[in-house]
Design a binder for this molecule. Structure first.
Ligand code: C5P
Length: 232
């Protein structure tokens, strides 16, 4: 899969997400489904959006013992999603088990990417609550390398980190980056942001864009602007 814009469909109901997607009459954006929508509507919403022809990144961030994650990933693989994810903090054994669970009998599987340290975790909370004392950027890079060594396809990271992750983990190791804003847009609650064009220049493979598209007066135009800046 090449560079693409993934639209974060952070809606709380089937009605809301489908009426949003109905606006896209001449294109089928790659859609991210997160915990809120999945827990509200269950796997049926994944099947329905898939049946409408969208690719899906199912963002459920699994983190449990290897056997449990392996079985859960096997269920997600049957849902025919294109990308899913887990916490690298679950360790190598969990990540390898996840890959086994995701792999279908014919050898195909969805892409699997890892969350490193959440962007809501800072140096202070990581030291205090997690008792991790290394500098947070080193921790993120170590988790990225651990994920790559376990056989995963990439990580979720800030677009500001994409270049460094590719240098350390190889250019084929995918960087999927939220925190994208238009140069003339609202930053909202995101702290470290980049435009789609800058994310392209630094080498992000996929950008995840929510409110700049979902809350735009014309979401289709905003999506096409992202595609023009990031993909073309
Ligand atoms: O609306 P916005 O463009 O900020 O949405 C970004 C999406 O990416 C949301 O679904 C958010 O939960 C997700 N995300 C993020 N930062 C991370 C990981 C995921 O913003 N570090």
């Amino acid at each position: 899969m090449g560079k693409d814009v993934i639209v974060a469909c952070d809606f709380s109901s089937k009605e809301a997400v489908l009426s949003f997607l109905d606006k896209f009459t001449d294109c089928k954006p790659f859609v991210k489904i997160g915990m809120e929508l999945y827990y509200a509507e269950g796997p049926a919403i994944v099947r329905e959006i898939k049946a409408r022809g969208h690719k899906i990144f199912l963002d459920l961030k699994l983190h449990d013992i290897p056997n449990t994650v392996k079985k859960a990933m096997s269920v997600l693989s049957n849902l025919d999603v294109d990308i899913t994810n887990l916490h690298a903090a679950g360790t190598t054994a969990m990540m390898k088990a996840a890959l086994e669970g995701l792999t279908r009998p014919d050898g195909t599987r969805p892409l699997l990417i890892a969350v490193t340290q959440l962007t809501s975790t800072d140096q202070e909370s990581m030291e205090r609550d997690l008792m991790i004392h290394a500098p947070i950027d080193q921790v993120v890079m170590h988790y990225a390398e651990t994920a790559r060594n376990a056989g995963l396809d990439g990580i979720v990271c800030s677009p500001l980190e994409s270049g460094k992750v590719h240098d350390r983990c190889g250019k084929d190791f995918l960087t999927v980056t939220p925190g994208v804003r238009f140069a003339d847009g609202d930053v909202g609650d995101q702290k470290r942001v980049m435009t789609p064009a800058a994310a392209k220049a630094i080498g992000s493979d996929y950008i995840v864009v929510g409110r700049p598209i979902t809350a735009a007066p014309d979401p289709v135009a905003a999506y096409k602007r992202c595609i023009a800046e990031f993909c073309d």
